[in-house]
Write a protein that binds this ligand. Structure first.
Ligand SMILES: Cc1ncc(COP(=O)(O)O)c(C=O)c1O
Length: 340
């Protein structure tokens, strides 16, 4: 099977498994796992922040960050398609008592003036705004990259309003590779980031919450409360360290392969390949005679797995376990469905 459903389906490589097996470990709840400590120091330095915290998932990274920024009964603003409000099963409200309010889904095309118009001050009538979250790259917007200038405007807005800015950077590596923006430049713009090691980078588990030393100390408490205090987690952190050392630059290959998929499918009117900047290809089937379920089931019969995001929306993602030959094969299978 050629699995294009997600970049989370990768299996650790033999070399990554060797690094995991050889990892020095200790009890990380006591702060004594040297491999976890090394990973945290490394990721903090990459983003130019004081500290970082290894967490099991991107969802926990986001929720830990949000809970350190927004007190209960205050609000977080984000876009209507953001992972933090779409795919984290209501965690901000259920676990943090946090209100969320969204601007219409615009993917990477955020208008800072529209966000500014939503802010609500402290007071006893409305829910006061405390933080803004963005997603880089944007999953439901097809891996779109938010331009640096937009992020800089949001930083200026946050500073002038006394708010915090969070980045769901599950795929920030992809933005860094696509736009050439240094990770430290992204880091300087945000109060908190959550970055994933298990999407695209190929680690089996793990994300990292990045911020100031004080916020990471507060985040350590939130992580424990959420049940995310891990013991000999160095086995997992070793996979993350290996991924950072070996699997970031190669994301350019995933981007080129996604573009090749999009170029091959563009003639069927289901994607504008110029919009494909990173490793995600969204197929808009609203003008096609093939719907999402039909595409997925016909492709599956011929050995290609795709995600169905809506009745007329499918998603293809390239990753570490999909090489050029697999892309050739996927193109053959998918174009045959549209030709039939
Ligand atoms: C943009 C984004 N943020 C956060 C997450 C959450 O990651 P996890 O599945 O590790 O909780 C995902 C997962 O795919 C994601 O795409």
């Amino acid at each position: 099977m050629i699995d294009l459903r997600s970049d989370t389906v990768t299996k650790p490589t033999a070399a990554m498994r060797e690094a995991m097996a050889a990892a020095e470990v200790g009890d990380d709840v006591y702060g004594e796992d040297p491999t976890v400590n090394a990973l945290e120091a490394e990721v903090a330095a990459l983003f130019g922040h004081e500290a970082a915290l290894f967490v099991p998932t991107g969802s926990m990274g986001n929720q830990t960050a949000i809970q350190t920024l927004v007190p209960p009964a205050h609000e977080l603003l984000c876009d209507a398609d953001a992972h933090v409000v779409t795919y984290e099963v209501g965690a901000a409200a259920a676990l943090g008592g946090i209100s969320t309010r969204t601007w219409p889904a615009v993917g990477a095309g955020i208008d800072p003036a529209q966000v500014a118009a939503m802010l609500r001050p402290e007071g006893y009538h409305a829910v006061p705004t405390r933080a803004i979250a963005v997603e880089q790259t944007h999953n439901r917007a097809g891996g779109a990259v938010i331009p640096l200038s937009t992020l800089q405007s949001l930083r200026t807005l946050a500073d002038s309003a006394g708010l915090s800015l969070h980045c769901d950077g599950a795929r920030i590596w992809h933005a860094h590779v696509a736009d050439g923006v240094p990770l430290s430049t992204y880091g300087a713009l945000f109060d908190t980031l959550s970055v994933c090691l298990s999407k695209g980078l190929g680690a089996p588990v793990g994300s990292v919450f990045v911020s100031t030393a004080a916020r990471v100390a507060a985040g350590r408490v939130v992580r424990k409360r959420l049940g995310g205090g891990m013991r000999q987690a160095g086995i997992l952190a070793a996979a993350g360290r290996y991924a950072l050392a070996h699997h970031v630059d190669r994301l350019a290959d995933d981007h080129a392969r996604a573009r090749r998929l999009a170029d091959a499918l563009a003639p069927f009117g289901v994607v504008d390949s110029a919009t494909v900047r990173t490793n995600i290809v969204l197929l808009d089937l609203s003008k096609s005679t093939v719907d999402g379920q039909a595409l997925a089931s016909r492709a599956r019969q011929d050995g290609v797995l795709v995600s169905v995001l809506g009745p007329h929306l499918c998603r293809l993602i390239t990753h570490l376990d999909v090489d050029d030959a697999a892309i050739d094969q996927a193109i053959e299978v998918l174009t045959a469905v549209f030709r039939a």
